[in-house]
Design a protein around this ligand. Structure first.
Ligand code: ACO
Length: 427
């Protein structure tokens, strides 16, 4: 099949099929309006592809996620986050020399311009770290005016390295500022996740040794979050970038999009929900009942996904990482018991089964982050750190594609028809 025919009365559109290498092919509806005089409507873009993409393949029915063809299970078990960042952005796993160069460049770009300190200090101490991170990311454009052209490959390369290098420093410094502790500078002798943990949790008053168990688990969590196709935040990055805004502004838009509780903000919301259940006496079925009640706005946070309808492969991996980390760190967290009970009850309940609502990636990640020592309002920021290579890869793919156009959806106008202005004294 290479064409799809759409008919309306005597008119027809012959839409060319764009073949997928794996999964759903698409057909090009761009001439529907000029031929049929109508636009297509697709609330929440559940059936719409803006373009083809070579980055990530997802099969929601079968619970498959692959980055550039590699199954997420293999990447999470054997990969390194910076290696995966390279894979997402450049299409192939780096060889040894390429990885050393890439890692070395990222290590050497991790310092922030010293003046940026004052930016953090302009925020109230209780500012949400996602807002600080989005602002600091946006502000980076003012420090690197030479690297803002989205069509310039060298500018994209250096900006990619700067962002991956500096985001951990910005996140850690926003935490330190909020905790009234001195900023900790990056250490080039540590790997990416250990350096981040050191900047977050060390204080000048005593020695701090980043835990290899935590550093390894964080590496896995970052890999699991690294890309997810055309999700809300990646689409935001592409949309802002489609107007040829610079990469810092576009990634900042992605951070804002991620902050909502229906997207990345869900990991914080899950933990708050679990705390609420424990504080209420731990009756899991009461909260399952609330989630099913259409008159109650309560939803089971961490359940359901627009794409995954059988299971979220990332949730399976995270669940086993959670068991491992908690055991190795000797943490006995009542939240984990509540989470397990909730999962059991919901997975057998007809409401959740019939709507194919399964635990998503955020259901267990908060429990691990908590065991690692991160406060709940930092969880979504950690998601952002993981998703950054994906946003950059999506931005690069779109910016360097000669067929890209500014995103400009149509609408079906449903407001008042033509009417005349009435002066205020006659209204
Ligand atoms: N708890 C209770 N009911 C739910 C839940 C939930 N978590 N999720 C969906 N439903 C119900 C809806 O009420 C709806 O029921 P109905 O058919 O009787 O009206 C049905 O399941 C379909 O739900 P939609 O909201 O239409 O599904 P959509 O694909 O638009 O939304 C979403 C997906 C936003 C993830 C939703 O499942 C949700 O709100 N989940 C909780 C928030 C969450 O965990 N977000 C993280 C997503 S993963 C990520 O971004 C990394």
């Amino acid at each position: 099949m290479s064409e799809v025919v759409i008919r309306s009365g005597d008119n027809e559109v012959v839409a060319q099929v764009i073949e997928a290498t794996t999964g759903d092919s698409g057909f090009d509806i761009s001439s529907v309006r000029s031929t049929l005089g109508m636009v297509t409507v697709d609330r929440g873009f559940g059936n719409t592809a803006e373009s083809a993409s070579t980055i990530t393949y997802i099969n929601g029915e079968a619970g498959i996620l692959r980055y550039r063809g590699y199954p997420i299970e293999q990447l999470a078990e054997k990969g390194d986050f910076l290696e995966i960042a390279y894979l997402l952005n450049y299409g192939e796993l780096p060889d040894k020399g390429q990885l050393e160069t890439f890692t070395g460049q990222i290590t050497r770009h991790s310092l922030l311009r010293e003046d940026m300190k004052y930016l953090f200090e302009a925020f109230p101490h209780d500012a949400h770290p996602m807002q600080i991170l989005a602002s600091a990311t946006s502000a980076m454009a003012t420090y690197y005016p030479d690297a803002l052209d989205p069509k310039d490959v060298d500018a994209l390369d250096i900006s990619t390295r700067r962002l991956i290098a500096k985001l951990p420093t910005m996140i850690a410094w926003s935490y330190k500022y909020r905790a009234h502790q001195p900023y900790v500078y990056p250490r080039n002798d540590l790997d990416y996740t250990s350096n981040f943990l050191n900047m977050m949790f060390s204080v000048p008053a005593e020695d701090y040794e980043p835990s290899p168990v935590i550093a390894r688990a964080l590496n896995i969590l970052l890999i699991l979050h690294a890309d997810h196709g055309q999700n809300c935040s990646s689409s935001a990055v592409r949309l802002v970038g489609s107007g040829q805004a610079n990469v810092f502004s576009s990634v900042s838009a992605g951070i804002h999009a991620l902050s909502g509780p229906l997207h990345g903000g869900a990991n914080q919301a899950v933990l708050e929900m679990l705390e609420q259940i424990v504080a209420d006496g731990g009756d899991v079925s009461k909260f399952v009942g609330k989630a099913k009640d259409k008159d109650d706005p309560f939803r089971l946070m961490g359940f359901g996904h627009r794409v995954y309808k059988n299971f979220d492969p990332r949730a399976r991996i995270i669940k086993s990482v959670a068991d491992d980390v908690l055991e190795q760190l000797g943490v006995d967290d009542p939240m984990l018991d509540v989470a397990k009970q909730l999962e059991e009850v919901a997975l057998e309940d007809d409401y959740f089964v019939s709507r194919k609502l399964y635990p998503n990636v955020d259901f267990y990640s908060g429990i691990i982050y908590r065991a690692m020592g991160f406060p709940a309002d930092m969880f979504t920021v950690l998601f952002a750190l993981g998703r950054l290579p994906g946003w950059l890869a999506q931005f690069r793919e779109m910016s360097l594609d000669p067929a890209s156009r500014i995103f400009r959806p149509r609408q079906v106008y449903s407001g008042p028809a033509d009417r005349d202005y009435v002066p205020v004294d006659q209204r």
